[in-house]
Design a binder for this molecule. Structure first.
Ligand code: ATR
Length: 264
């Protein structure tokens, strides 16, 4: 029986144990996936612990996605380019870092739209925006990044591509796809995007999934847009993570149902 888990701080409300354990059960894999709460000041010790305990695979979440990188034995070139790791594979004692968040974004979008050639607007330039911008650029969309702190948008555009635009100009934004990556709307009924903007887009995606129907998504539906909720990206990044560990992909519906149950 092998052990898997998620490091983060805080991590108590993570949906990943429910998703991965459901997949283990359905695919007959003898393994267990648990919470590994790890405070930032203990990160290096925690990584040693993963080695000592021979934990076979680890999901990495906030605030460790960047700081974990120098502590691993090898970083996949894509994770290196994005500048964040969300998956660790323990290969015979060597800890390898990968990023599956960008695939989560790509797969979530591809359920609804062909990404290539679309004009995308990304709201936010924090950790979560990195995989979003990478996926959009890699799949051939054009990207405009709006962030409250302009400098951060500029830095993101310089490293991954796209153009940075001032936050005040979000009210006059237009395009095909809008993706919300800030923490606004998380456990609060707020949206960082002025309502009038939404009808100028075909598709609106929020990466916040608590609540599942954020104010942004409700307003986008009212404006006649297609919408993608935050669970979609979470599920697909989890599927790719599972694939890195086991070489098989669980069904999206199975993982999604397991995650939704936890949200109730
Ligand atoms: P994460 O890893 O979840 O992206 P983060 O790196 O702290 O977390 O980034 C949070 C994002 O939400 C940032 O883009 C942040 O904007 P700043 O760069 O200006 O801080 C954005 N954000 C948080 N609160 C916000 C608010 N009230 N209005 C607008 N943007 C906000």
């Amino acid at each position: 029986m092998d052990t898997y888990g998620i490091i983060g701080w805080p991590v108590a409300h993570s949906l990943s144990p429910a998703m991965h354990n459901a997949a283990f059960k359905s695919l007959g894999i003898r393994a267990v996936y648990g919470l590994l709460p790890l405070a930032p000041e203990n990160l290096a010790e925690g990584i040693k612990g993963i080695r000592a305990l021979n934990i076979k695979g680890v999901s990495v979440t906030v605030p460790h996605k960047e700081t974990v990188m120098p502590l691993l034995d090898e970083i996949d070139p894509v994770a290196s380019e994005i500048g964040a790791v969300n998956t660790i594979v323990n290969k015979d004692g060597r800890l390898l870092g990968f990023n599956t968040d960008w695939i989560g974004v790509k797969k979530a979008l591809e359920e609804k739209i062909a990404i290539s050639g679309q004009k995308a607007v990304v709201v936010g330039a924090g950790g979560a925006a990195k995989a979003v911008v990478y996926a959009l650029i890699k799949e051939g969309a054009s990207v405009a990044i709006y962030n409250r702190t302009f400098e951060k948008a500029k830095r993101l555009a310089q490293t991954l591509g796209g153009v940075a635009l001032p936050w005040e100009e979000l009210a006059s934004a237009s395009g095909d796809i809008l993706i919300q990556t800030t923490s606004v709307g998380l456990k609060e009924d707020k949206s960082p995007v002025p309502k009038e903007v939404l009808s100028r887009f075909k598709l609106v995606m929020d990466i916040v999934y608590q609540p599942l129907k954020t104010r942004l998504l409700r307003e986008a539906e009212e404006a006649g847009c297609e919408t993608i909720d935050g669970l979609s990206m979470l599920v697909y990044q989890g599927i790719e993570q599972f694939y890195l560990w086991f070489g098989a992909r669980p069904q999206a519906s199975l993982m999604r149902e397991a995650a939704e149950k936890e949200l109730l």
